[in-house]
Structure formats: C-alpha cells, structure tokens
Design a protein. Structure first.
Length: 275
C-alpha cells in the first residue's frame, strides 16, 4: 500500500498535472502536423486531448491524442511499479521473481495486440528492464574489473552489433528484427553508459548531470513549451519543411533541454510533487 501511495504521488500526480498544463497548447500540434492529427480543429482538438489524457496512450487516433505524448512513460512506469510490487510479494526469491516477471511480461506483450489503453503493450515490453534493474540494484560499477577494456568492448558492440537489429522504439512497440537482440542490446547499452559515466566522474565534475537527473520528470512535462515555440517560429520563417531538417532538430533539442531544465529548477522550488 505504501508503494502504491508513493507511485501515485511521484508518477500519477505529475502525469495529470503536466497533462492539464499542456492542454493549454494542445491545439498547436495539430496545426503543425495536420497529417498526423487527422486534420482536427476547433473544439474537437481539446476534446480529443482530454480523452487522450484519460486513456493514457500516446497513440494519435481520429478522436484522441495525449496533450503531451511523452507522458505515456509516467503511466507505463506507474503500471510497471504496481505489477512488480504485486509479483515481488508473491515471489520471494529474486532470481525467480526476475525470471517469472520477464516471462509473463514478454508473453503478454505478444498476446496483447493494442496499445490504445494505458500504453499497456509498451508497459509489458518495458517491464523486464525494471525487474532486471531491481535485481542488479546492488551491483557496484566501481568494482567491475578492466573497466577501460569493458568500455571499449561495449562501444565496439554498440557500433557493429546493435545496428543489426534495426529500428526499435518502446512507445510504438517496435523491437527490431529480434526480441532477444532487443533486450541484449539494451542491457549492453545501459552497462556501457554506466561504466563510461563512472569513468568520467572520476576525472571531471559532472554535477550538471546529477541536477538534470533529479529533474527529469519536470523536464519531461515542461519541454513541450519551448519545443512548440521554436517549431512555430521555424515554420513561420521557413515553412513546415524545416521540421525534418537534421540541423534544426539538433539545434532545437539543445535549446529545449536548456530551457526546460531552467523551468524545472524553478518549478521544483515550489513543488515536491515533481522532485
């Protein structure tokens, strides 16, 4: 019960708070991308956004879409924590918990054919990462031998092996050519980042990464405001074609991270919900 209260406060409440905040600009995305939003306009946009918020899926349909699609992750993580908490109470041994949870989630992923309610199929696809993290939570990266060699090996794996699986994305339930390679690639990639960050932290002060890490939910919920503003400016100045240009995407991404991070610092001074 305590874990449910914590998940509700730290995930569900931010989800609804940021969804309501983003309702104020929900009409702009259909204006920028009419082909994706079935040419919605007028009050239909607001009704569709409210419906999408209650459904909890970032799928865009003729009658619903999320005010901020990225918030599907909070709904998914809430569901994952509830399921994991229930399973961990029934399965006491860590190894059995991880194995059974993984088997159940992957099986349900292939059984469930729709992602239209609470992003449930994406949730099943993501649940193994959560339970593996739970099992490996006590792993001390500092104690891994030959970290330099391990980092080089993982980087080579990242360059030559990971691309073989093709395009992957959890929110659209795309795992590439192989579900096994999908999870293996994710584990290697995560370990690589942990080792590299550990090595860098020994040589440099990376306080800004820790600050960003503590404010990720606020950044997630606020990034649409500078993103939409920059997109509108770009479209008005150069037309819709600029939205797909790589240099514009990179430039906008950097500016959005900086601005939304500054906004999150201000928000966190007055709210414990998104901390």
């Amino acid at each position: 019960m305590e874990s449910l209260k914590t998940s509700t406060r730290t995930l569900l409440m931010p989800y609804f708070i940021f969804s309501f905040i983003n309702l104020s600009i929900c009409w702009i995305s259909p204006y920028l991308h009419p082909e994706l939003y079935y040419e919605m306009h007028g009050k239909d946009v607001l009704i569709a956004a409210i419906k999408g918020m209650l459904i909890g899926s970032d799928q865009i349909t003729p009658t619903s879409f999320m005010p901020l699609g990225a918030l599907w992750f909070l709904i998914s993580l809430f569901t994952i924590q509830v399921i994991s908490s229930a399973l961990s109470k029934m399965i006491k041994k860590d190894v059995a918990f991880v194995f059974i949870s993984t088997c159940i989630s992957i099986s349900l992923f292939f059984v469930i054919k729709t992602n239209a309610l609470f992003s449930i199929r994406s949730t099943m696809m993501a649940l193994p990462f959560y339970v593996w993290g739970y099992y490996l939570r006590s792993l001390n990266i500092q104690n891994i031998p030959y970290k330099d060699v391990s980092s080089i090996a993982m980087i080579l794996y990242f360059i030559f092996i990971i691309p073989l699986n093709g395009f992957c994305t959890i929110d659209e339930c795309i795992y590439g050519k192989s579900i096994i390679l999908f999870y293996l690639n994710a584990i290697v990639g995560a370990c690589m980042l942990l080792i590299i960050c550990t090595l860098l932290s020994k040589r440099y002060k990376l306080k800004f990464l820790k600050i960003i890490g503590r404010n990720t939910i606020a950044i997630l919920g606020l990034h649409s405001f500078p993103l939409i503003l920059l997109k509108v400016i770009g479209v008005l100045a150069f037309g819709n074609c600029i939205l797909s240009l790589p240099f514009f995407i990179i430039f906008v991404s950097l500016i959005v991270v900086i601005i939304s991070h500054m906004m999150s610092l201000w928000i966190n001074k007055y709210s414990i919900i998104v901390c």
